[in-house]
Design a protein. Structure first.
Lengths: 210, 227
């Protein structure tokens, strides 16, 4: 088997079964600094499963996921500290305000002061929703709020599962430029999406699942 | 920006859970209302005769408290699981056993503590003499604690199961039986004018056991449920 790459995230020979369905068959993937990797494929081909395996949420039945040359199982804490995962669900609490959601969820990893959180909300264009409970926000605004969390975590690797769902045209552009800025600064992004992804300043490398 | 320590992360998670519970008021009140209803129905259904009530008081208080606490158990991780927050907790870099411990403690604060606080009222309505009230409070404080920490294991295990509440009761109730037996015994002894210290000590031992071992089992259970 090919060696794990020493600079970024790598998956080698990943197999996952769901019941008796063989969802991922020998998938190998690399994400290097400054790179956007777009996991593409029709619905039901295991895009989410692959991202969950890469994020360490789902153990691969065969194969390894490595971070900077070492298996993420051994380097769990170091890997978690440098990875931000945006799942299918936004991981927001409807009863908490936008600000509180970020305060609690980001705060368990890093402590920010109010101005940093407000700055990020502003960047994502939802500062006026600061004190509204997340449940009254629109689906697109909730996605933006979830993305604010990724921004605040300051992780070098972003794992984004369908980040563009529910976004309007301006939102898609905003997210793309945020992703572009992140990789321009040496970050890594791997994302799943069924539509084409255009990132300013970077050409996404496509990994096709079938 | 700086990294959050273990205590800071724990304090935030605790504060968040308590705040959420108070924003969803019915979730806090439901077990207490159930507890009060069941226990106040007994004097009406049996007889207002104090001697007779005293005989059943210990059992009634404890069974009602156990079932009310069980009602709330299902919600310990349910909403976090459904909205994806649990995934973020697993990935947040803090040890999962610690987060499980904090969540069980927060769960006790919003579902167990109200039962403890209202128990003197319930005890009085069942003609429990004044001296025995403290034993009722102490035994329930220990007992609901045991159930929260023990129950967190079951709540974690049954997360992925649709309509897991029946399974959850089947898993947790047998494990909670020793607590019920010794708790009711302590109250009974206090009502009879004896000291209930012996059974209370045993309850404390059980609480220590479930607080120290429960979170590790819960974190393993959560990891299995997440897959």
């Amino acid at each position: 088997m090919e060696a794990l790459n020493p600079h970024g995230l790598s998956g080698r020979g990943i197999h996952v079964w769901r019941g008796d369905r063989h969802v991922l068959r020998h998938v190998s993937i690399d994400v290097l600094p400054g790179e956007v990797v777009h996991v593409a494929g029709p619905n039901g081909t295991g895009k989410t499963t692959l991202l969950r395996v890469l994020a360490g949420l789902l153990p691969a039945e065969e194969g390894t996921v490595g971070w900077r040359g070492r298996s993420i199982r051994e380097e769990r804490d170091e890997f978690n500290a440098q990875m931000a995962y945006l799942g299918h669900e936004n991981a927001l609490k409807g009863d908490l305000t936008a600000y509180e959601n970020l305060h609690y969820s980001v705060g368990m990893r890093q402590l920010h002061d109010a101005s940093e959180i407000e700055g990020t909300l502003d960047q994502l264009g939802i500062l006026r929703c600061r004190d509204l409970p997340a449940r009254v926000l629109s689906a697109g605004q909730r996605r933006r709020l979830a993305m604010s969390r990724i921004m605040l975590l300051g992780a070098s690797l972003w794992v984004l599962d369908e980040p563009f769902t529910n976004l309007d045209v301006a939102g898609v552009e905003l997210f793309s430029s945020l992703i572009g800025d992140h990789v321009a600064a040496g970050g890594m992004v791997t994302l799943a999406a069924h539509q084409g992804v255009v990132v300013p300043g970077a050409t996404p490398r496509i990994v096709e699942l079938d | 920006m700086r990294a959050a320590g273990l205590m800071e992360a724990g304090a935030l998670l605790y504060a968040r859970d308590v705040k959420l519970a108070f924003r969803r008021w019915e979730q806090v009140t439901q077990p207490v209302v159930f507890f009060l209803m069941v226990t106040t129905l007994f004097p009406l259904a049996l007889s207002p005769d104090t001697a007779q009530l005293r005989q059943v008081a210990a059992g009634v208080v404890w069974v009602a408290a156990l079932l009310s606490a069980l009602l709330a158990l299902e919600f310990m991780f349910r909403s976090d699981y459904e909205d994806g927050t649990l995934e973020q907790l697993v990935l947040c870099g803090q040890p999962l056993w610690w987060l499980a411990l904090v969540k069980a403690a927060a769960h006790w604060t919003v579902s167990g503590l109200p039962l403890v606080v209202t128990s003197p009222l319930v005890a009085a309505s069942l003609a429990v003499p004044g001296e025995a009230q403290w034993t009722v409070v102490a035994s329930l404080a220990l007992g609901t604690g045991i159930l929260s920490f023990l129950g967190s294991v079951g709540a974690g295990l049954t997360l992925g199961v649709r309509r897991g509440s029946v399974l959850l009761s089947l898993l947790v109730l047998p494990l909670a039986m020793p607590a019920l037996i010794f708790g009711a015994r302590a109250v009974d002894m206090a009502i009879m004018g004896d000291s209930g210290r012996g059974p209370l000590m045993l309850l404390s031992a059980m609480l220590i056991l479930s607080v120290t071992l429960g979170p590790f089992a819960t974190s393993a259970a959560l990891k299995v449920s997440m897959e």
